[in-house]
Design a protein around this ligand. Sequence first.
Ligand SMILES: C[S@@+](CC[C@H](N)C(=O)[O-])C[C@H]1O[C@@H](n2cnc3c(N)ncnc32)[C@H](O)[C@@H]1O
Length: 320
Amino acid sequence: MACENNLVVKQIIDLYNQISNLESLKPSKNVDTLFGQLVSTCLPTDTNIDVTEIHDEKVKDARSHLIKLCGEAEGYLEQHFSTILSSFEDNPLNHLHIFPYYNNYIKLGKLEFDLLAQHTTHVPTKVAFIGSGPMPLTSIVLAKFHLPNTTFHNFDIDSHANTLASNLVSHDSDLSKRMIFHTTDVLNAKEGLDQYDVIFLAALVGMDKESKVKAIEHLEKHMAPGAVLMLRSAHGLRAFLYPIVDSCDLKGFEVLTIYHPSDDVVNSVVIARKLGGSNGARGSQIGRCVVMPCNCSKVHAIMNNRGMEKNLIEEFSAIE
Ligand SMILES: C[S@@+](CC[C@H](N)C(=O)[O-])C[C@H]1O[C@@H](n2cnc3c(N)ncnc32)[C@H](O)[C@@H]1O
């Protein structure tokens, strides 16, 4: 049955129609309910829905608009809670649990740290997060729980987001020293990008394929050879919420792993290494994606720590 006729896809489009008619996407009971329903409708991973197989133009247009609406709502949600947290008398970082998706970031941060540890031999000293937002939770979670000696440079196009974010960490004796904020569009960030061992690109930077690839190409141009790029992607129904990053979007990189969680961590994680480094990634392939996804990836279904569910992890072996 064509994907667009799938009952769940129809439910998603129905929710999209309600969301796109909202006056505002700022947090409210109605907005929270609709986005809560949307996320839980898109969460199941036991479907064979592949959004790239959807040919109905209306559904394709609805998906690309829905991704943008989700990004806008996520920004408002972060602004809302960052403002509340900064009003606390004591250290706002003691109250992060009031953010509805804080636990998702705890799990996502652990997943990204574990994948990073699998593919790097040394602890990164300097990490950049592109698209950090008013609630730079990825940097905070990694800095607090996984990388206690690493400095995080947070980049956001929105100066208000950076003002809120720096207020959030300013009361923390440790993170106020290790979290630095830069206001710029990623495409204007040039010098200095080669000083980071790891660069994260937020899911919401580049909301469509063209702008995502533009951001990746920019980073490829300015990153140090051998440096690691961590991206967020989406798989199955979750691709109605976030853009997909394919390994072939990563020209000039060696794609190391694409990990599709099956629990409530919504984003898939893509980890890649810029070619030309001393760690084996062949410089001769610069300008091409060293591995192609199709026939060279071995897909391991691994049991996660809750037993029956399976996560999909795609390990790539370079084409000989
Ligand atoms: C809402 S945050 C989500 C990231 C989340 N806080 C985290 O820690 O993983 C995404 C941010 O990306 C920023 N952004 C979008 N496009 C960008 C661009 N081209 N350059 C820099 N930042 C961008 C937005 O302003 C927004 O604040």
